[in-house]
Design a protein around this ligand. Sequence first.
Ligand SMILES: [Zn+2]
Ligand SMILES: [Zn+2]
Length: 399
Amino acid sequence: MLTLPNWTGPLDATEQARMIVWRRHLHAEPELSFHEADTAAYVEQTLGELGIGPVYRLGGHGRVAWLGGGSGPAVMLRADMDALPIQEQSGLPFASRRPGAMHACGHDTHTAVLLAVAARLKAHEAALARRVVLCFQPAEEVGQGAAAMIADGLLDGTYAPGAPAVDRALGLHVWSRDRTGHIVATPGAFMGTVDDFTVRVHGRGGHGALPHEARDAIVAAAAIVLALQTVASRRVDPLDPVVVTVGAMHGGSAFNIIAEEVTLRGTVRSYSDQVGAASPGLVREVAEATALAHGCTAEVDYQRHAVALHNDAETAAWVREAAAGAHGVTGIDGTFRLLAGEDFAWYLRRVPGCFFFVGCGGPDGPSEPHHSPRFRVDEAALPVAAEVMLRSAARCLAT
Ligand SMILES: [Zn+2]
Ligand SMILES: [Zn+2]
């Protein structure tokens, strides 16, 4: 049986009510990636009201503070703050007041939960044997915020005199595809890469009735879309998951004109470093050679936004152990994986840690998926998230 300090107990009614106020404020005022100015100011102000500071600015609109004792390395707790370019249709009374922006992934809840955790830690600061770094990260949805904060010295503690280096990292995500009370902390590969590619197919325009005088970029692009599926089915070990999706295809202007140019945009998701490293070359090879087979050419631009997220097995076990005693937890899983991406992966390339899921789909979940204009979080998941985070942090601090 895991024995944890008394400051890890469930949030009381006052703490919960305050957290919900923070969450609803943030939900109503969403800001897109790298534009989180008001959100960051709200976080900084709230930390100030809690007596936590100084607050440092890293990675654009990122905010960092630390608390606790000792002079050694710290455990980092991270929340992301950005919203998505979606027009909200949730019907909630505290729905977005900003047209075209919505907290449709739940990052508003992550920020509110970390503020609640911070408040509790501050109230028991003298009891903390080690230091805790609070990381409020921008720009997760575009996969660039974590790297920006690391570049500004977040993990090395070079952003301020006396700032602690980080030796372990914890992060959480609410998960609407699972019922409230369910926790997932999977060891090893948990989430996929986020690769983003653009293929520009160049042909030669011409008359729709004289195809032999033209080079049809639409036919070439259509063949590339299908051929790209063979990257997953024929070129990668079937025991090593990979998804190739072409999500956009643009070209042509009229029914009787052969298109000269078509642009494809897509993504590749995978878990292993081997497939991650091979993907750009495979996409390039298939696109270029297929275009050539149709008398066209293809230019490929391939960007990597996030590496695969690998949880440290020991830390994931601690989170599951910690979750087992938390109020409202009704199920714990250590096997679920998905190919969605998460830039927390960059921290886990530098330090051990765990990124875990907290079900928020309601008692009968799942509910509407993330990134949907109708996405909603069951707020009963927030105190569960806060308590599991507190307990997990305490377990990490005990080492
Ligand atoms: Zn998202
Ligand atoms: Zn998210």
